[in-house]
Design a protein around this ligand. Structure first.
Ligand SMILES: NC(=O)c1ccc[n+]([C@@H]2O[C@H](COP(=O)([O-])OP(=O)(O)OC[C@H]3O[C@@H](n4cnc5c(N)ncnc54)[C@H](O)[C@@H]3O)[C@@H](O)[C@H]2O)c1
Length: 303
């Protein structure tokens, strides 16, 4: 059955270009009314321009959909609230938030300035906090919400020259892990996408031919699915792009449990290092002390 967003309202940050634009267009084509947020600055986070958000709204309307632009910066606390207010004032509700806005300030760590660090954290991690902090009371009140955060393989696995960006992107996973728990009771699902696509952000590091091939539309289905009412999963990281969809996960190894009666020393750790390092039997966790498998079983038994 077709996945529909009829009657729903979505807010997509950084939707004036690249991946965000593609998410917004797909959601609108499926009936969502969309708040298209974009500050319209350059890839390093300088400047502002209303044109990108306006243009995407025009595209959505030309295709028969409904959209409203918003030009606030996600890194402003008031800006986050203003985006949510735009959704409520214009359309009366908010069902979906996709935290997608992003910038890059790549530089080898020994040359990274405080400004390079702060600017990237302000947009990616504070920029997700501001918008979700504003949306959260709405989601709780209506007992419904769907969120997708944006991480990156640079954070999950590492990428030279991206200490600021990689760590800000991995912070998204921490945010997801907490919000998936705080949202569970209210039917608020929080998942994360690790995309790969040819966009303004990647055109400086990818050959032009690859930029053209790696269309953002190759990422879109995974995000549309995760923000749909049909998707019941929360706390999941999906890598998507270049014709690939897979799950990435932090897992906990079985380890060794010598108990607390007798203190061990570093030599004991050395002797047991291979067993401690082993990922045989490793499992994804739902929260500290509970595996995802146990959580799903307890959820199923509650009906
Ligand atoms: N393209 C990739 O391969 C890739 C890989 C991993 C992660 N990502 C992430 O995907 C997201 C989308 O990136 P993209 O590749 O489409 O880049 P993009 O530059 O095409 O789009 C990012 C958009 O965010 C907007 N933006 C930047 N700062 C903002 C702010 N403070 N407030 C509101 N809007 C702001 C920009 O104006 C831009 O339109 C980013 O979070 C990026 O880090 C992309």
């Amino acid at each position: 059955m077709a996945i529909s967003f009829e009657g729903q309202v979505a807010l997509v940050t950084g939707a004036g270009a690249g991946l965000g634009r593609a998410y917004a267009l797909d959601l609108a084509s499926r009936g969502a009314k969309v708040v298209v947020n974009d500050l319209g600055g350059d890839p390093h986070g300088e400047g502002a321009d209303a044109a990108p958000a306006r243009k995407v709204c025009d595209e959505i309307k030309a295709a028969g959909g409904e959209a409203t632009p918003n030009f606030d910066s996600v890194s402003s606390y008031d800006g986050g609230f203003n985006m949510v207010k735009t959704a409520i004032d214009t359309y009366g509700r908010l069902d979906v938030v996709i935290c997608n806005a992003g910038i890059l300030r790549d530089i080898a760590f020994h040359n990274m300035s405080e400004a390079d660090w702060d600017a990237v954290f302000a947009v990616h991690i504070k920029g997700s906090f501001t918008v979700l902090r504003a949306a959260w009371p709405v989601f709780r009140q209506q007992s419904y919400g769907r969120v997708v955060l944006t991480t990156s393989s640079s954070g999950i696995y590492g990428q030279f020259g991206q200490a600021n960006y990689g760590s800000a992107k991995t912070a998204m996973i921490g945010l997801m892990n907490v919000l998936k728990q705080e949202g569970a009771k209210y039917n608020v699902n929080v998942n994360t996408v690790a995309p790969v696509a040819g966009t303004r952000l990647t055109q400086t590091v990818m050959p032009q031919e690859m930029v053209e091939k790696l269309k953002p539309e190759l990422v879109v289905p995974a995000v549309t699915w995760m923000v749909s009412k049909e998707c019941q999963d929360s706390g999941i990281i999906i890598e998507a792009g270049a014709g690939n969809f897979n799950r990435a996960s932090i897992v906990k190894g079985a380890g060794v449990q010598p108990g607390m009666d007798q203190l061990k020393d570093a030599e004991w750790i050395q002797a047991n290092w291979d067993k401690i390092m082993s990922l045989e039997g490793a499992e994804p966790m739902w929260r500290t002390g509970q595996t995802l498998k146990d959580y799903l079983a307890s959820k199923a038994s509650q009906g």
